[in-house]
Write a protein that binds this ligand. Structure first.
Ligand SMILES: Cc1cc2nc3c(=O)[nH]c(=O)nc-3n(C[C@H](O)[C@H](O)[C@H](O)COP(=O)(O)OP(=O)(O)OC[C@H]3O[C@@H](n4cnc5c(N)ncnc54)[C@H](O)[C@@H]3O)c2cc1C
Length: 215
């Protein structure tokens, strides 16, 4: 549960701190509908159980044999260590020098304080360098294993030599390729969770919760 001078919110209970939290149960629907949920992530499963509890006929399609997305796998890791932490450790074990380049003022800006402190601490423990306010600049020297980067404000450049591996991480984009064909076939389609707009667990469960209730 978190409180950032806003209403209380919980990643697995979208009704937390609401007046009806304790006794709440989905309202039975007056019309029984056939509902298909694609994906067994938190958003899909939340939408599925609510729609089923309201009396709809619900079928869930999952991509694997077990329910749950990457979040389930992450939760199985010792201590629930965030996946980012593992990458930091693995990268350090493989390479002499690891550099993170970001156009932002600092790393892990949008994470909660405790998480941010953990990320920053692990990076420093492993001597992972951070170059802030900079972006990679594509230049011929990259073919010689040298990565050029430029300051986002003044264009000043720098070079990282002997690059053996380069990973470019972009903002997440929604994976909603099924939506177009389903709508074209006349099937009422709602997007929930990361499929609607990549966010976090809070958004995923509350999206699924709202969708299940609106059907
Ligand atoms: C590395 C990482 C760390 C994160 N850490 C945090 C964190 O600390 N806190 C936080 O709040 N959020 C975190 N997030 C974000 C959070 O995991 C997501 O916002 C949340 O899981 C979204 O839930 P979802 O149900 O919308 O999508 P997902 O969890 O992605 O589930 C979608 C499911 O649908 C399946 N699927 C897709 N297409 C099809 C198809 N055609 N047929 C059948 N199945 C399909 C996928 O395989 C997947 O299982 C993290 C994300 C990542 C990647």
């Amino acid at each position: 549960m978190v409180k950032w001078h806003r209403n209380r919110a919980c990643v697995n209970n979208p009704r937390v701190a609401k007046t009806d939290e304790v006794d709440w149960w989905p309202q039975p629907s007056t019309v029984r509908r056939r509902v298909v949920v694609v994906g067994t992530g938190v958003a899909g499963m939340e939408a599925a159980w609510i729609a089923a509890a309201r009396g709809h006929d619900v079928t869930v399609f999952g991509i694997g044999q077990r329910v749950g997305s990457g979040v389930r796998l992450q939760s199985l890791l010792p201590g629930g260590e965030p996946l980012r932490g593992i990458y930091e450790y693995q990268l350090h074990a493989l390479f002499d020098r690891v550099v993170v380049i970001t156009p932002r003022e600092s790393i892990a800006q949008k994470t909660a304080l405790v998480t941010r402190q953990g990320i920053v601490r692990r990076c420093h423990e492993k001597h992972i360098e951070t170059i802030v306010l900079a972006e990679p600049r594509w230049a011929g020297v990259f073919h010689e294993g040298r990565l050029e980067y430029a300051n986002v404000y003044n264009g000043d450049t720098g070079v990282i030599p002997d690059v053996a591996f380069f990973a470019y991480s972009t903002p997440r984009v929604p994976e909603d390729t099924l939506a177009g064909p389903l709508r074209a076939a006349g099937i009422e389609t709602r997007l929930v969770g990361d499929c609607r707009a990549p966010g976090g667990l809070l958004a995923a469960t509350s999206d699924g919760h709202a969708a299940g209730n609106e059907i």
